[in-house]
Design a protein around this ligand. Structure first.
Ligand code: SF4
Length: 68
């Protein structure tokens, strides 16, 4: 039962996003929040418009690409 609805929105494809996984949930952290108060650390999802959006993010898969 596939669904095309994207509950995350722009953060999924944004280079400023970092997916934080916990055993019970997952959170999308906005890295811009560390240097710019206009951005929330954990933006309310789905994000449909964002002035900080930078395309080319990995959709939260960066840890699989060898962060360690
Ligand atoms: S800059 Fe915008 S789109 Fe990118 S991670 Fe932050 S809130 Fe999401």
């Amino acid at each position: 039962m596939a669904t095309s609805y994207d509950r995350v929105g722009l953060c999924r494809g944004c280079r400023n996003a970092h997916l934080v996984k916990t055993p019970r949930s997952e959170f999308w952290l906005c890295r811009l929040s560390a240097s710019d108060a206009r951005f929330e650390k954990y933006p309310r999802l789905p994000v449909r418009e964002c002035s900080g959006y930078v395309p080319g993010g990995s959709g939260g898969d960066e840890e699989a690409e060898g962060e360690r």
